[in-house]
Design a protein around this ligand. Structure first.
Ligand code: ATP
Length: 331
């Protein structure tokens, strides 16, 4: 039986993790979940939000499913999410964004993929308080990380039959840092003549995405733009409750939804487990369990198609009721 790390998170994390484990188990696939807690709740006992045991577990199992973990705002600790991505060198954040059956949105032809660089940019956490009224944050862009993420995006496009990889930047203003990212893109793009190339400024991208998202296929972005744009693209297909993601490195992969821990609806049996479930479906495909992945995806799609939804999608089902509906459609 395959062992997979499950970081069950906090906020709505434990509820949606329960739902996903229940659905996978009902599909007939046996997984030995190595459940690892992390975040604000473990600081008191273990002194930090991301104890070494969590990293060791992912390193050992190579694959993890991760529910959202809250990072306490302000002083003290780095974000668990950022640290996990850095320590495991999960350099590529992959966020496919496609309309779901039965989830009505302004558009019905969204089918794009956000590839976000995961290890540097303003997320490097290099900040300095100059004086009481001034703080600096350093944007770090390297050729090595930029070429690596662009190559990942082009390889993804080739493997998944995509037509175009578009580089997103603000290189007209940040001429050195974003200029370097763009230069890396152009270098890598030469190796993939079969994939169409495009460059766009991030502000123009945002406008065009909300006007006509079908204009875009694969987008490759530095870390911060990737974070913001992927929340925008989540909105195009029904919101954070349905937006899946994956963090992929050379030796490990951590699958997690785009959304955070949604503390406003914690413990109310209201959370939508779809984003975590779709992340788990991708994870199953990644480990070669394609038939179970398809079975679960079909059951989810049938449930949504029938109009059975949680409140964030305009439905009236609780997390557990929605979970049970999906399980009923597993065959
Ligand atoms: P982070 O900064 O950690 O990404 P965030 O500030 O973007 O977090 P989220 O926790 O992602 O915020 O949630 C934003 C809002 O979206 C929440 O207030 C919640 O109401 C809603 N939301 C997010 N995820 C879900 C979900 N799975 N089901 C239902 N509603 C959700």
């Amino acid at each position: 039986m395959r062992t997979i790390t499950l970081i069950n998170g906090d906020g709505i994390g434990p509820e949606i993790s329960e739902s996903v484990m229940k659905i996978i188990s009902a599909s007939g696939l046996e997984i030995n979940w190595d459940i690892q807690t992390a975040g604000a709740d473990v600081i008191e006992k273990e002194g930090k939000p991301l104890p070494d045991r969590v990293l060791d577990s992912v390193k050992k199992n190579k694959v993890a499913l991760k529910a959202p973990v809250t990072t306490p705002i302000g002083k003290g600790f780095r974000s668990v999410n950022v640290q996990l991505r850095k320590d495991l060198d999960l350099y590529a954040n992959l966020r496919p964004c496609k309309n779901l059956p039965g989830v009505k949105t302004r558009f019905d032809n969204v089918n794009l993929v956000v590839v976000r660089e995961n290890t540097e940019d303003l997320y490097a956490g290099v900040e300095e308080q100059i004086d009481e009224n001034t703080a600096h944050s350093i944007k770090i862009i390297t050729r090595q990380a930029s070429e690596r993420i662009c190559r990942f995006a082009f390889d993804y496009a080739v493997k998944n039959n995509r037509k175009e990889v578009c580089a997103v930047s603000k290189a007209n203003i940040m001429k050195l840092s974003d200029g370097l990212f763009l230069d890396a893109y152009r270098t890598v793009a030469k190796e993939y003549p079969q994939i169409a190339q495009r460059e766009i400024l991030v502000d123009n991208l945002c406008m065009q995405l909300v006007q006509e998202p079908a204009r875009f296929d694969v987008l490759v972005l530095p870390n911060l733009y990737g974070d913001i744009v992927s929340d925008l693209t989540a909105g195009l297909i029904g919101g954070l409750g349905v937006a899946q993601g994956a963090n992929i490195g050379k030796s490990c992969a951590v699958f997690e939804p785009v959304h955070g821990s949604a503390p406003d609806i914690k413990g109310q049996n209201k959370a939508n487990p779809t984003a975590l479930l779709l992340s788990a479906v991708e994870m199953l495909k990644y480990i070669g369990e394609n038939s179970y992945a398809e079975k679960i995806e079909k059951a989810l799609f049938k449930t949504l198609f029938d109009g059975d939804k949680t409140a964030d999608l305009g439905g009236n089902l609780s997390t557990t009721e929605f979970t049970d509906k999906i399980i009923k459609h597993l065959y």
